[in-house]
Write a protein that binds this ligand. Structure first.
Ligand SMILES: Nc1ncnc2c1ncn2[C@@H]1O[C@H](COP(=O)(O)OP(=O)(O)OP(=O)(O)O)[C@@H](O)[C@H]1O
Ligand SMILES: [Mg+2]
Length: 280
């Protein structure tokens, strides 16, 4: 069954796009068929995969939301095996004007994902730093919400606003995990903030934190995943481990998936040439 997650927080710059993109790369490297959906009008995720944005004329997620094309027609290939994209664009911000009915039809995005689900093992949705009708639409469509936070003094307050709201929503999505990003374990402040979050939200904080490292920002600037840019960096190690924890993967499961995919995509052996029996 397809697993779908969104990366959401009301705060900007906490790592939603970084986590979404790098987790998708880690899944795709492990041969899981992965779809990225960019639901942020800033389209950072899309610009990362298509430098300068999607070429004019190609559809994106808003085209599908406006029902101007079928969901499958809006899928873009990224050039990476097992990694496709439903792109985002600034049109996402104009949707309420382009089709005011959309705001009263939160199931429209869910219908899109349902139509695409059979082709993917994982669907990861990047969200803007706001909870509005568009992100609520995402919450109606995905199974789990991953909330990245930065270990800073107002992080707990932000979670105290967001988590009860997620728990109260009668949407499909459940809070999956809170993940601390840009963590510096050698500071008393970060250690204390982490402890406060564990106490306030028992069982909801991912064990794996992602440490602050300039290579993650450099990779983003280079338009690469951290696994391509600096595969043995702490950023790559933390994000790979995070991916295993978030998606409850084990090395055995990944190995089994790689083998199953190799089998599923193998070409049938060419027909053996006929060898004429030699007359004896
Ligand atoms: N662990 C990290 N160490 C260093 N830099 C990081 C780390 N995580 C993310 N960054 C950098 O921080 C910046 C913000 O990250 P990102 O764009 O992922 O945040 P966001 O939550 O998606 O922001 P927005 O709310 O604007 O969409 C980016 O330049 C990214 O490369
Ligand atoms: Mg972002």
């Amino acid at each position: 069954m397809t697993k779908s997650f969104s990366f959401l927080s009301k705060k900007g710059g906490v790592g939603k796009t970084t986590f979404c993109l790098n987790c998708a790369h880690a899944l795709a490297f492990s041969k899981f068929r992965t779809l990225l959906v960019d639901m942020d009008g800033q389209a950072n995720l899309t610009r990362h995969l298509f430098k300068g944005g999607v070429p004019a004329g190609l559809p994106d997620v808003s085209t599908a939301l406006l029902r101007r094309c079928a969901p499958k027609e809006a899928i873009l290939t990224t050039g990476y095996d097992n990694l496709d994209l439903l792109a985002g664009s600034t049109t996402l911000d104009d949707l309420p004007i382009l089709d005011p009915r959309l705001m009263r039809e939160p199931a429209r995005f869910k219908l899109i994902l349902q139509e695409l689900a059979e082709d993917y093992d994982f669907i990861l949705v990047d969200c803007p730093p706001i909870v509005n009708w568009l992100t609520r639409m995402v919450l109606f469509a995905v199974q789990g919400v991953i909330v990245p936070i930065q270990a800073e003094p107002y992080a707990l307050q932000g979670l105290q606003d967001l988590v009860p709201m997620l728990d109260k929503l009668t949407a499909t999505a459940q809070l999956h995990k809170i993940v601390v990003n840009m963590y510096r374990s050698n500071t008393q402040l970060h250690q204390n903030i982490l402890r406060e979050i564990v106490e306030a939200f028992p069982g909801r904080l991912a064990k794996q934190t992602v440490r602050q490292t300039i290579q993650l920002a450099e990779a983003a600037r280079a338009g690469l995943s951290i696994f391509e840019y600096a595969p043995s960096s702490i950023g790559a190690l933390d994000l790979y481990a995070l991916c295993f924890e978030l998606f409850e993967l084990s090395p055995e499961q990944v190995k089994a998936n790689v083998l199953a995919r190799a089998e599923a995509t193998a070409q049938p052996p060419a027909e053996a040439p006929l060898i004429e029996e030699s007359p004896v």
